[in-house]
Design a protein around this ligand. Structure first.
Ligand SMILES: Nc1nc2c(ncn2[C@@H]2O[C@H](COP(=O)(O)OP(=O)(O)OP(=O)(O)O)[C@@H](O)[C@H]2O)c(=O)[nH]1
Ligand SMILES: [Mg+2]
Length: 226
């Protein structure tokens, strides 16, 4: 069983090395596919050094095309059996991978999501918290599921589960589009609590409120019009 860790990166020179070594330290057979969105802060130079590790492949985009686009490029290049996404910040801890993979390996779930809301309320801003809640409630209502975190970065699934799924979103709405398409395909999603340490915009967070609206539009569109 090989894991493909797909890591979209844009201007993360402060954390890229640390997160890569944290991912490498997880005792699982894996490949790491970093997709750089034409970073301008020195991240690319750091990535050039990181390519010396046999488990690390870097895709250098010619211009910034969005996190979702990078995730799609990563999926195309992946050769592992199971896929997980990893942001290049330190919001989520890779030591949680074994727990996330276990239900899939044991055949107890087809898809696993790490939920940031199953262990109490994370330290998010008001807007982030309610943005997440509203999108989540809408997915539950419109798609008849009982999920708590449809916007999580830790979406874990067998690579072949998305072979016939095409994702249109190139930005942050990728996550919710993938969620609703997995649901529409009839796959069951099991949630597992994860620890989450949100970072602020000052620390480099790139998600903004407009992405929340794009996600809402996406989840309504695929329920009624596609
Ligand atoms: N290649 C690429 N990576 C990007 C782009 N925009 C953001 N990223 C990366 O995507 C990851 C997520 O960005 P964040 O700003 O942390 O967003 P977030 O709020 O944590 O997003 P969620 O995990 O979905 O909640 C980070 O590693 C970013 O560097 C982009 O346009 N291209
Ligand atoms: Mg992040």
């Amino acid at each position: 069983m090989k894991l493909s860790v797909i890591m979209p990166v844009y201007n993360e020179r402060r954390t890229i090395e640390q997160i890569l070594s944290m991912v490498r330290a997880v005792p699982i057979e894996k490949e790491i596919i970093v997709v750089d969105g034409d970073s301008t802060d020195g991240t690319r130079e750091i990535l050039k050094q990181q390519e010396k590790f046999e488990d690390t492949k870097v895709i250098y985009e010619h211009c910034r095309k969005g996190r979702g686009y990078a995730q799609k490029e990563g999926i195309k290049a992946a050769t592992g059996d199971i896929i997980i996404f990893q942001d290049a910040d330190l919001e989520l801890d890779p030591t949680q991978y074994p727990e996330l993979l276990k239900p899939i390996m044991e055949g107890k779930a087809q898809v696993v999501f790490g939920s940031r809301f199953l262990q109490g309320k994370p330290q998010m801003t008001f807007l982030q918290y309610w943005g997440n809640r509203v999108i989540n409630i809408m997915v539950n209502l419109l798609y008849g599921v009982h999920l708590t975190d449809v916007e999580t970065c830790y979406q874990v699934f067998p690579r072949q589960a998305i072979q016939n799924i095409t994702i249109q979103s190139n930005r942050f709405a990728f996550t919710v589009e993938l969620t609703v398409k997995l649901i529409k395909k009839g796959l069951t999603i099991l949630e597992i609590p994860i620890r989450y340490k949100p970072r602020s915009r000052k620390e480099g967070k790139k998600l903004y409120w407009g992405d929340g609206f794009a996600s809402l539009y996406t989840l309504v569109k695929y329920r009624f019009f596609k």
